[in-house]
Ligand binder design. Sequence first.
Ligand SMILES: [Zn+2]
Ligand SMILES: [Zn+2]
Length: 256
Amino acid sequence: MFEFLQSATLSFIPKKVVLVSLILFGFRLVLLTALEKRDPAHFVPYRKVLPKDILAMLVFAFGVVPTAEFIDRWIMHPPTLPHWVLEWPLTIRIALYLVLADLGHYWVHRLLHTRHLWRAHKWHHSPTYMYWLAGVRGSVVQMTLANLPYIAAGALLEFSPWWIFWAILLKNTFENDFMHLNTWWGNRWLEWIIVTPRYHHIHHSDNPEHYNNNLAVLFPIWDHLFGTYIDPEKVGRNLVFGIGESVPAVRLVIGL
Ligand SMILES: [Zn+2]
Ligand SMILES: [Zn+2]
């Protein structure tokens, strides 16, 4: 009975996602833009780039995300975990989910920066500016691959309360907004715990010395462990972003 109620609730939730996402977008637009204007790391021509990025967001949300999810359903089914694992306290399962999914995402991201898969990641790196909405791009190939660790680790969250769905949606949205935020916030202490805006800005830098570094998405520990860490304290904020080439939009979006 309990399981039935949960699945009924979960199947009802996605219909509300568009409405909630719209309201959330309004808040992000007002609050995050105001926050960035207080102490911007770089000049950003907001009026010029916002329409472009809203279009990219719509293509991502209504084109890339469903397509990647469709392909993922073909290539991977979430593993079924033994009951004794699913009986662990929810906080432990959430913590494990975050750590394992983020570790997987680090390695997918690292693969995307290799010669063979770089084309799948160019769209994300194509903006020549950095602010909260600049990171909204992810190609079909990128998202298909990046979803896999979340699907695998998601098995830990089976039989979780309904709000887990919303919590993950919010976490993913704010994580992406925060890491691209147009500010040079951060300090070494914090950067042992979470990826800060300046930490991720270095990842987008077009300086060859910065290529393929600071790849972590949420936990910087992976960069420390696997040798891809650049200390933001040793890098100036005058960074240049972009991929330095022009690629047809359709190829960027598909990632081929
Ligand atoms: Zn990257
Ligand atoms: Zn990024």
